[in-house]
Design a protein around this ligand. Structure first.
Ligand SMILES: Cc1cc2nc3c(=O)[nH]c(=O)nc-3n(C[C@H](O)[C@H](O)[C@H](O)COP(=O)(O)O)c2cc1C
Length: 373
């Protein structure tokens, strides 16, 4: 490996009240280690270990807002109710004691069934049009009342995050879950004000969620919104095929109050519109930054040879060069970089990179997904 200076990764960064010591973000990763929806001491220690080892910002695993069918697995943590919130208070206490910064990822799965477990919440799944995928019916169509209650639940969760001392919140608007089901024409067939032919119209639900959070947290608290073109239901699906469509999608969300767009790709180096600017062109986070002026986070196979969907199929990955990432960070294509599996399996990943101890970076072994190292 030819390694240039990694300085671009270790520059401080601030957005509103959030000050970070470097550009490394732990990507949100569902771990299924919170029985009865309660993150225990093991979960708190897992996050604290990453804070102790130089991760600039930790995003929690998806944690659900207060709607009956928001979860699709009994071991996903809640972000509501006294017991879960006091458990989360221990988590942020540990991260802060280690000098870290953290935000919970607020989540509602919509109509997506958990592919890994045959579990039912006991409540009907809910989604914009009762569709888990374009031709897969599941659960109920959300009424306007259900939508309003869900928007309010996101607002309450964000207010709780701030009250507990978390430094930011991330809204999960990606990967084919509830908010993304509203964005996607394949799963949003509504003809009321939450549907429509344009992405801008289908972004109304997300914009309402962001506005409710803004009211709950005030002007100076940063709100992160995670988005993706791809869906777990269809990896090739895209919401925005043109720059104009991407602008129609993202600008209203930033105007609604999103400060940071977390642009999920499976491979961060892939150009978003390759026909426009070639293979080394801007990625999703690069275009999002250019079109909106918002802070952006990129993600996808950083430091590893294989991508994450294949990890669920049992495929391992080896450490890979960071040169391309550093080049893009030096030219300020995006502001922050999220790291998933490399940090899931090695809590010391960020400190090893900082001290250039690259020889001790580990392979990613999918068996590490079954434990909290
Ligand atoms: C075990 C696991 C759980 C994940 N859970 C979530 C999640 O709860 N929310 C989310 O937005 N993304 C989730 N992801 C996607 C990651 O945040 C990240 O985008 C993806 O792993 C690509 O980054 P990587 O190649 O560095 O692993 C998960 C990924 C993995 C491997």
């Amino acid at each position: 490996m030819n390694h240039p200076s990694f300085d671009a990764l270790f520059q401080p960064f601030s957005v509103k009240s959030l000050s970070l010591k470097n550009r490394i973000v732990m990507a949100p990763m569902t771990r299924f280690f919170s029985p009865q929806g309660l993150p225990g001491e093991d979960v708190a220690a897992y996050y604290r270990r990453r804070a102790e080892a130089e991760v600039g910002l930790i995003l929690s695993e998806g944690t659900t807002v207060e709607r009956p069918a928001a979860r699709n697995d009994p071991n996903i943590p809640y972000f509501h109710g006294e017991a879960a919130l006091s458990a989360w208070k221990r988590v942020i206490g540990g991260v802060h004691a280690a000098g870290g910064r953290m935000g919970p990822q607020l989540w509602h799965v919509g109509a997506v069934k958990n592919a890994l477990a045959d579990w039912n919440s006991g409540f009907e799944a809910e989604s914009p049009s009762g569709l888990a995928a374009p031709s897969v019916q599941r659960g109920e169509v959300m009424s306007e009342e259900a939508i309003a209650d869900t928007v309010a639940a996101f607002g309450r969760a964000a207010a709780d995050a701030k009250a507990l001392g978390f430094d930011t919140v991330e809204v999960h608007g990606a990967h084919g879950y509830l908010i993304d089901q509203f964005f996607w024409s394949g799963t949003n067939r509504r003809n009321d004000r939450y549907g429509g032919l344009s992405l801008k119209e289908r972004a109304r639900f997300a914009a309402e969620v962001i506005k409710a959070i803004r009211v709950a947290v005030g002007d100076d608290y940063p709100i992160i919104l995670r988005l993706s073109q791809w869906k777990q239901q269809d990896y090739k699906a895209r919401l925005a095929d043109t720059v104009g469509e991407m602008s129609d999608w993202l600008v209203p969300l930033v105007e609604a109050g999103a400060d940071v767009l977390h642009c999920s790709q499976r491979r961060f180096w892939e150009a978003e519109f390759s026909e426009i600017d070639g293979t080394d062109g801007l990625n999703f986070a690069g275009w999002a930054k250019k079109l909106t002026g918002a802070t952006t986070i990129s993600v996808g196979s950083v430091g590893l040879s294989g991508e994450f969907i294949r990890s669920f199929a049992g495929e391992g990955a080896k450490p890979a060069s960071l040169d391309n990432l550093i080049r893009r960070m030096e030219r300020e294509e995006f502001d922050l970089i999220a790291v998933g599996r490399a940090l899931l399996s090695d809590p010391l990943w960020a400190s090893k990179v900082r001290t250039r101890d690259l020889a001790s970076l580990q392979d990613f072994n999918p068996s590490s997904m079954r434990e909290l190292v």
